[in-house]
Design a protein around this ligand. Structure first.
Ligand SMILES: *[C@@H]1O[C@H](CO)[C@@H](O)[C@H](O)[C@H]1NC(C)=O
Ligand SMILES: *[C@@H]1O[C@H](CO)[C@@H](O)[C@H](O)[C@H]1NC(C)=O
Ligand SMILES: *[C@@H]1O[C@H](CO)[C@@H](O)[C@H](O)[C@H]1NC(C)=O
Ligand SMILES: *[C@@H]1O[C@H](CO)[C@@H](O)[C@H](O)[C@H]1NC(C)=O
Ligand SMILES: *[C@@H]1O[C@H](CO)[C@@H](O)[C@H](O)[C@H]1NC(C)=O
Length: 450
C-alpha cells in the first residue's frame, strides 16, 4: 500500500495530535508549555541511595501536573492520574529510575489493569510518554495511543503507561524496555493507598510496533526478572523481533528516521557503542545525525526521509563492527521464553517491521511450549494493521481480564483487512470507532457501517 502521502504516514506513525487534520489542511493546535520537560523537571531525579531499593519500588509520587491529552485539543475527564518515579534496572544491570503514569477512569474496576506501551520511537527524553500525555507538557501523544488507552478506560480498567526507555531514552534496547515495563507493573500494583488499584489486580499488557518491542521483552523477561508478577497475557502487533531487519527495511525510505533514533538509543545504553558511533560519523554530518537524540519521532521522520543513513558514516558498514553487532544482537527477541499467553498480529507485507523475524520468533516460542494466537494479515501494511488489528487484540485482552481460559498451544489465523468491520464498533463504541476510521483516512462525519 503506497497510497499514503508522506504527511499521513508521519501523522499515522506518530499519530501526533498537533498534526491532526483529517482533511489535510494541517492547522496546529496551540501547544502550551507550562510544564518543564523531563530533563529539566526535578521529579525525574531519584533520591540518593535509590539504588538499594528493590526493582519496582515507588520513589516519588505526584498527581499528574496537567490534564491528560485527549483527541485534538480536548483533555480527558478521568477520575485520577498519577505519576510515579520508580526503580528499575537497565540492560547492564544498573539501577535506574523512570516514570510511569497511572490513569483511573470514572467508576473504575480496581481489579483490572492494562499496562499499555506507547510507541515513543525516539532517543530524546522530552518525548517520554509521561510528558507527551500532559496537555501542558508537549501534548504530542499519538492519537492511536490515546484511542487505545481510552478503550480500556471506557471498560473501567486502570491504565498504566511507562517511560520504559528509561532516563537515557534507550530506544530499541529490549532489556531495559522490558524491565521498565515489568517494574512499572510492580510499582502501580503497590500504589493502592494513592490510586485505589488493588495489588491483586489482574494485569494484561499491550503494545504495537515500538510498543510491542517493550511488551514482547517484558513477556520474555517476566519468568526470570519478575516471577512474582502474575500476568494474564500480552497482546502485541508489528513486533520488532529483530531491529536489524527494520534497519534494512526502512533505510532510504520514508521511515529512515527510525534508524538514527535506534542507533543513538542503543548508544545511550552502551557507552562503548556511543564512543564508537561518534568516532565514525563524518564530522560535517555529525550534528545532523545527533539531532535524533534531541527530537521526537515525527521530527526524525521528516529530517531523515528517503536518506541513506549510512552515508553519515565514513564506513557504510559501521554497524558490522563487533561492538555494534553485540548491541543489536542483545535486542534480538527469542533468547528467553514467555510463559504468559500471547496474542500476536503482523502484516505479511509490513514495510517497517518485517514479517519473517516475527514469524521466526513465534515459531521458536511455540517450539518451546508457549501459548500464542498468531494472526498474519495479508493486506494491511504496518500502519493500517495497527488500526484494523486493534479490535481483535482488545477483545482478547477483555477475555483475559474476565478470566476466560486460554487453550494452551499455538494457533495461526490469516486475515485480509484494510477497513474496520462492524465488530470494531461493537468492541470500541462509536467515539473510538470513529476516531479509528478517521485515522484510516475516512472523511470525518456521520458514517454508515451497514
Ligand atoms: C496550562 O498552561 C496554561 C498556560 O501556561 C495555564 O494558563 C493553565 O493554567 C495550565 N493548566 C494547567 C491545568 O496546568
Ligand atoms: C537539527 O536540528 C536543528 C534544531 O531543531 C535544526 O535547526 C536543524 O535544521 C536540524 N538539522 C538538520 C540537518 O535537519
Ligand atoms: C544486519 O544486517 C546487515 C545487512 O543484511 C548485515 O550485514 C549485518 O550483519 C546484520 N547485523 C546483525 C547484528 O545481524
Ligand atoms: C549475533 O547473532 C548472530 C545470529 O544470531 C550470530 O551469528 C552472531 O554470532 C552474533 N554475534 C554476536 C557478537 O553476538
Ligand atoms: C469474557 O469475555 C469473552 C470474550 O469477550 C466473552 O465471550 C465472555 O462472555 C466473557 N465472560 C464474562 C464472564 O464476562
Amino acid at each position: 500500500m503506497h497510497t499514503l502521502s508522506f504527511g499521513r504516514i508521519v501523522y499515522a506513525l506518530t499519530f501526533v495530535t498537533v498534526l491532526l487534520s483529517a482533511a489535510g489542511s494541517a492547522k496546529a493546535v496551540p501547544v502550551r508549555r507550562s510544564e518543564p520537560p523531563p530533563q529539566d523537571d526535578p521529579f525525574y531525579t531519584p533520591p540518593s541511595g535509590f539504588q538499594s531499593s528493590a526493582p519496582g519500588t515507588i520513589l516519588k509520587t505526584r498527581v499528574m501536573p496537567s490534564p491528560l491529552v485527549g483527541l485534538s485539543s480536548f483533555t480527558e475527564n478521568v477520575a485520577g492520574a498519577w505519576q510515579f518515579l520508580y526503580r528499575t534496572t537497565d540492560a547492564l544491570g544498573n539501577a535506574i529510575a523512570t516514570v510511569t503514569t497511572l490513569i483511573e477512569p470514572h467508576n473504575a474496576d480496581p481489579t483490572k489493569l492494562l499496562q499499555y506501551q506507547i510507541a515513543e520511537d525516539s532517543a530524546s527524553q522530552q518525548c517520554a510518554p509521561s510528558y507527551e500525555l500532559q496537555s501542558n507538557g508537549s501534548g504530542t501523544a499519538s492519537v492511536l495511543d490515546v484511542l487505545m488507552m481510552d478503550a480500556a478506560l471506557n471498560r473501567g480498567w486502570y491504565v498504566a503507561t511507562a517511560d520504559y526507555e528509561g532516563p537515557n531514552s534507550v530506544f530499541t534496547c529490549g532489556l531495559t524496555s522490558g524491565q521498565g515495563v515489568l517494574d512499572s507493573i510492580r510499582a502501580v500494583l503497590s500504589s493502592t493507598s494513592t490510586s485505589g488499584l488493588k495489588s491483586s489486580a489482574g494485569v494484561v499488557m499491550w503494545g504495537y510496533s515500538g510498543g510491542a518491542l517493550a511488551t514482547g521483552w517484558a513477556a520474555e523477561l517476566q519468568p526470570t526478572y519478575a516471577p512474582d508478577l502474575k500476568l494474564l497475557g500480552a497482546a502485541m502487533g508489528g513486533t520488532p523481533a529483530d531491529v536489524n531487519a527494520t534497519v534494512n527495511a526502512v533505510n532510504g525510505g520514508l521511515f529512515a528516521g527510525l534508524i538514527p533514533a535506534g542507533i543513538l538509543g542503543l548508544a545511550q545504553q552502551y557507552p562503548d557503542l556511543n564512543t564508537y558511533i561518534q568516532s565514525q560519523l563524518i564530522p560535517s554530518k555529525a550534528a545532523a545525525f545527533n539531532n535524533a537524540s534531541k527530537q521526537c519521532a515525527a521530527a526524525d521522520l521528516q529530517q531523515f526521509a528517503n536518506q541513506n543513513i549510512f552515508s553519515y558514516f565514513s564506513n557504510p558498514n559501521v554497524m558490522n563492527a563487533p561492538v555494534a553487532i553485540q548491541a543489536i544482537n542483545a535486542s534480538h527477541m527469542g533468547s528467553y521464553q514467555p510463559k504468559i499467553p500471547l496474542w500476536m498480529y503482523h502484516a505479511v507485507h509490513d514495510e517497517v517491521v518485517p514479517f519473517a523475524p516475527a514469524l521466526a520468533v513465534v515459531k521458536k516460542y511455540c517450539s518451546e511450549g508457549s501459548t500464542i494466537t498468531f494472526t498474519q494479515d495479508e493486506i494491511s501494511d504496518h500502519i493500517i494493521l495497527a488500526i484494523t488489528g486493534a479490535a481483535d487484540a482488545f477483545n482478547w485482552l477483555v477475555a483475559r481480564l474476565n478470566g476466560t481460559a486460554v487453550t494452551p498451544g499455538c494457533t495461526t489465523r490469516t486475515t485480509a483487512t484494510s477497513i474496520l468491520d462492524s465488530g470494531a464498533l461493537v468492541t470500541f463504541g462509536s467515539i473510538i470507532f470513529n476516531g479509528l476510521q478517521s485515522l484510516l483516512g475516512r472523511p470525518v462525519g456521520p458514517t454508515s457501517i451497514s
